[in-house]
Design a protein around this ligand. Sequence first.
Ligand code: NAP
Ligand code: BGC
Ligand code: ZN
Length: 355
Amino acid sequence: MKTIAVEPGAGKPTILEKPVPEPRAGEALVRTLRVGVDGTDHEVISGGHGGIPDGDDHLVLGHEAVGIVEDPNGTGLEAGEIVVPTVRRPPNGTNHYFESGYPDMAPEGEYVERGIVGGHGFMAKYFTSPAEYLVPIPEELAPLGFLVEPISISEKALEHAYASRSAFDWRPESAMVLGNGSLGLVTVAMLLETRDFERLYCLGRRDRPDPTIDIIEKLGATYVDSRETPVSKVPEAHEGMDFIYEATGYAPHAFETIEALAPNGVGALLGVPSSWQFDIDGGALHREFVLHNKALVGSVNSHRGHFEAAIDTLSQLPEWFTDDLVTGVYDLDAFEAAFDDDDTTIKTAVQFESI
Ligand code: NAP
Ligand code: BGC
Ligand code: ZN
């Protein structure tokens, strides 16, 4: 079967032939429909993040998949059911984080991530998975099922942000999303369409006309150009933002977030930057944290419950939004186009079987 893989140092994905996998006890065989591409895939391809499985010389890409159960193999799933796989798996047998249902909280060494680090991904005609990591979705969501994983990332971040304020009656009204990539845009849509935020800003570094700015404004948010207006100088930042969601991977934003938060505000950091040294006023930031009851949460990955919440969120997003967000779905023979990284590309997917 055909897979899309990357070899260390190659800098670009390639097609590799591999045998169709055999499901083991407890695993189902899934026929892949579509697999999305995000900023992490680009970081994996460039060698900035992730790694190949032990003893292998390549990594099959893809962690945002939707497929159709080909062989339930006695797992309780049904043939023909549409499923979305979660990303993390235990590396050597199970461990506490997987047993308790929180693989997303496992520290490094206690997980592999399929398509990212230590485990082959879903960009293959077929894949196998233990049934407990396959989340059924309604058939009508199949064409957009590859958006469930990225939405689940924000479900987790929001859950942790709200949990950090659960000791009092927190009522956030204003929010700012840093980053107008696919994760940032999906989060702007979630916050405006499925939560009670009244004012929302989204920060980018693009000139108009730009399709991401069009989406931001059509959703009812305000676009901010970080080249003209730094995070802490955004209108309202003098009062502060109740919630800030960082999805740029631009490390200074993590610290500018502290200053830009309102008293009692929460920042969620999602970006995965490389090592980067710069000056900060640690004393001022420490003081800000303490005197204004601020919180920052780092958030990575997501668990099955976040996938289930994401399915619900996906079904609430307006059709025009997903139409504008998904700029291309490419068949295997044109798969390279799914990895284009220009300003007209927002969210893409590779299609293994037409829907
Ligand atoms: P992406 O498509 O690369 O998006 C990043 C966006 O941030 C781009 O649109 C980029 O603008 C913008 N940006 C970067 N630096 C900026 C700056 N200084 N000012 C304004 N805008 C800036 O990636 P993505 O898929 O949306 O993901 C976003 C980040 O989250 C990445 O770092 C990714 O690794 C991370 N991520 C984390 C998780 C998690 O579980 N924690 C999950 C998914 C993704 P341009 O396009 O104009 O360059
Ligand atoms: C994936 C997460 C993963 C994270 C870090 C993200 O792009 O969506 O599932 O945990 O990268 O590798
Ligand atoms: Zn991702």
